[in-house]
Design a protein around this ligand. Structure first.
Ligand SMILES: Cc1ncc(COP(=O)(O)O)c(C=O)c1O
Length: 460
């Protein structure tokens, strides 16, 4: 008999989680003004809000924590981290930061000015926020296929090279501080970018004299997809694929809370020392001295070890197969999602499910609330709330996709939890016709409003 697939780790410590009643959840979500970010975590049974900083560290990472060097300057933990990053990416210069958006803040303070243009493949919301905060523009050049959730193509996160070249042609290079390539493409569904596409973007960057920034939160997962889906890479190791990816990068921003498998952390990587030097002042102002930048020595030690673990094929296979397992259950129940399954999450197609809820009442948010009410599962809206208002017209922006993201934390839940999630979604799906109204905004911030937004139920 062929042996079934099984996890590449065993469990050494557990954390208890608690179920609740529907009545309790109705009260809690109303108190949270229908914003799932405002829920206390103890009111959540399975937390799929994010895969960011929510993973389980390994025994080796906890051991590394004990050996952290907490020196203000020149800590051995910094050099361990720097050497690991150099080994994986080939980038020589590193500035640690406390998380990904802090890396964006430091880099964009140095390179982005009012009126600039940063083309990219679905900029992540904090990236877009940091660009628009500086009165610059994030131009989305993702391939059109990414918005057809039923289409199964291997690299749905790719940049459309024609769209990118049109932007590069139409603007002087002085106005384009960087092209932003996000791997994997979170907003489009955790979809990977192919090596061929990375090379194509890099060639255009060189042709037009523009720098390439790789937003790298899930770079190891992207490398796994290149190895398993792209011709010519099956025999290459994950680390070799990563080295090839970063041979094309001028800058990298990293939210280490994802593929660094740590609870907090981030960094900037640079090919050119001069680019790093431009950022040093902002790093010291916003994050801390150059050899700790917002992280404790123990955090940098755990991150160095986490990055090594994320290069292990067995770890990545366990992770990606768990997401695929959840997808296979949704296939069984007919629940539509962004196909094929992404690296870190399932993105449920709320527009296709809640056809009786008008888009002005936020379909994906409505679905997120229904799933919470059904089973205590917390997902997150990737739709009109996240898209913010147009900075010029102040009108709501309605993206082509209204998605409910169910992000799977690394090494945290079992496949029994996946079964529970799929069954809960099936129940919501089966009663979809009876859901006819959504929510309206009662309070919001001008940028990144989804974190703190307040809503009320629309009554018909
Ligand atoms: C692609 C991408 N870039 C940047 C960030 C921001 O990172 P952080 O949450 O660590 O600030 C995230 C976080 O989810 C992300 O997914």
């Amino acid at each position: 008999m062929e042996l079934p697939f099984a996890e590449s780790y065993k469990i050494k410590m557990v954390e208890n989680i608690r179920k609740s009643t529907r009545e309790e959840r109705e009260k809690w979500i109303a108190e949270a003004k229908y914003n799932l970010f405002a829920l206390k975590s103890q009111y959540v049974y399975i937390d799929l809000l994010t895969d960011s900083g929510t993973g389980a560290m390994s025994d080796k990472q906890w051991a590394a924590i004990m050996e952290g060097d907490e020196s203000y300057a020149g800590a051995t933990s910094f050099y361990k981290l720097k050497d690991t990053i150099k080994d994986i990416t080939g980038l020589d210069y590193v500035l640690p930061t406390h998380q990904g958006r802090a890396a964006e803040n430091v880099l964009f303070s140095a390179i982005v000015k009012e009126g600039d243009i940063l083309p990219g493949n679905s900029h992540f919301d904090t990236t877009k926020g940091h660009i628009e905060f500086r009165k610059a523009h994030a131009i989305d050049c993702t391939i059109d296929e990414a918005s057809d959730t039923e289409l199964e193509i291997p690299f749905k996160g790719n940049m459309d090279l024609k769209k990118l070249e049109d932007v590069l042609k139409a603007n002087p290079k002085e106005k384009i501080p960087a092209i932003v390539l996000t791997i994997t493409n979170n907003t489009a569904g955790g979809q990977p970018v192919s090596m061929e596409n990375i090379k194509g973007v890099s060639a255009l960057a060189k042709k037009y004299g523009v720098k390439l920034l790789i937003d790298s939160a899930r770079f190891a997962e992207n490398a796994y997809f290149i190895k398993t889906r792209e011709a010519g890479y099956a025999d290459k190791s994950i680390i070799d694929i990563c080295r090839e990816i970063y041979s094309h990068a001028d800058y990298m921003t990293m939210s280490a809370k994802k593929d660094g498998i740590v609870n907090i952390g981030g960094f900037l990587g640079f090919k050119d020392e001069k680019d790093m030097q431009k950022c040093q002042m902002y790093s010291i102002m916003f994050e801390g001295y150059l050899t700790y930048g917002g992280m404790a020595g123990r955090d940098m030690n755990a991150l160095a070890q986490g990055l090594r673990e994320s290069m292990e094929f067995d770890y990545l296979e366990t992770r990606i197969k768990q997401v695929a397992y959840l997808a296979s259950k949704l296939d069984e129940y007919g629940v539509p999602y962004q196909r094929p399954a992404g690296g870190h999450a399932i993105f449920v197609d709320a527009k296709k499910i809640l056809t009786n809820v008008p888009k002005e009442e936020f379909q994906a948010q409505t679905l997120a609330i229904e799933l919470y009410l059904e089973a205590g599962i917390r997902g997150v809206e990737i739709g009109a709330l996240l898209a913010d208002r147009d900075p010029d017209t102040k009108e709501n922006r309605y993206p082509r996709l209204e998605l409910l993201r169910l992000a799977i934390p690394r090494r945290v839940y079992t496949n029994n939890h996946m079964d529970y999630i799929a069954a809960a979604l099936k129940n919501v799906y089966d009663r979809r016709e009876s859901i006819t109204s959504g929510y309206r905004i009662t309070k919001e911030l001008p940028i990144m409003r989804h974190f703190t937004i307040e809503l009320e139920k629309v009554k018909r």
